[in-house]
Design a protein around this ligand. Sequence first.
Ligand SMILES: O=C(O)C(=O)C[C@]1(C(=O)O)C=C[C@@H](O)C=C1
Length: 432
Amino acid sequence: MQAVSPTFSCDLKPMIQTNLTAKIARYSHVNRNRVSVRCSYKSESFSFPNGVGSSRADWQSSCAILASKVASAENSSSITGSLAGQVAAVNGHSNDSVNLSLVPSNTQNGKPGLIQPLTNTDLSPAPSHGSTLRVAYQGVPGAYSEAAAGKAYPKSEAIPCDQFDVAFQAVELWIADRAVLPVENSLGGSIHRNYDLLLRHRLHIVGEVQIPVHHCLLALPGVRPDCVRRVISHPQALAQTEGSLNKLTPKAAIEAFHDTAAAAEYIASNNLRDTAAVASARAAELYGLQILADGIQDDAGNVTRFLMLARDPIIPRTDRPFKTSIVFAAQEREGTSVLFKVLSAFAFRNISLTKIESRPHQNCPVRVVGDGGVGTAKQFEYTFYVDFEASMAEARAQNALSEVQEYTSFLRVLGSYPMDMSPWSTSPSEDA
Ligand SMILES: O=C(O)C(=O)C[C@]1(C(=O)O)C=C[C@@H](O)C=C1
């Protein structure tokens, strides 16, 4: 074992070690007495003074708890960076309701730098945070997901995460109280990754928000559209502006980026005069870019639907329109008719479906069927995601699901939640 501080010794996987060592070093400086750890990653046996188990999961959660103490000490001594106050309204949502200051920013030459999104090496339970709701979203400030988080939870602290998976984990590990993540766009279609993650994680859908997505083409001040050789953005945003980009920058290469606002920030921080980003007007303002073209989405009514996720479900009600989301896999013996039977269970009860999505079955994506002496047929296996317009508090929804259960090998209710019936800029739900 290698000692890294008087109170901490470990033999860790390098990535964890680097991260933790740096944090411990800083933490020790702040409050040396509260860190006392002895651990070993490879042998999977650890001894923490507070007593942790011996599994890898225990180890990971112990790392998380330890790192949270670091974060806690750091937070109480020196949270500095905040973009709050620098940001303007986006998509009709006033920024005065969204606090963007959670993640401490870097400092560059003594000045506050850019907010760093959470990464999965940062995940650790957060310290007590008072009563402000913390909402994880994927992207950096200026992303549409941040606007969605602000619409869903107007008085919240928005927590940027670098990946969708990190936003899920942030809620599971109590770093955040909610996550707001996109699932579909009216032009680009479904965001499949989030469907897969809904199944992999155990969070509940507690609401939905839809926001109009109004894209701009952004570049450094002084750059003309004909100088643009490359356009970067989130793949969904590029898909939603394909027609406009063909006209505006026909010769430019199109490249995918993590999120729209990160693309804008990348251009600004690297002073790229030949590159433009597809992003929001708020991203232009945040990162000091000019708007070369406004409203470049291929359909004026471009809208993205986001799910609000929490550790606990809400109690379904019947006094307002509710939607329920389920996921299921077919029972093998039901064969190809299972989808028809499931959909009939809703149709007979006059329950409208609003969405159906199929994804490869995570455990068994292909099933080998028969062998008539001419080779082996391979049948693709799916999990189906269905949204229907009814509350789980209604008998017709409960009866439909009892019937669906007969045809399925697996059925999970992802959530029963109020539909977003709001005009664009108001909050859809007080329950969630
Ligand atoms: O990149 C962003 O700004 C996001 O919030 C992500 C995202 C997406 O994943 O679809 C969200 C809404 C828009 O449809 C474009 C991109």
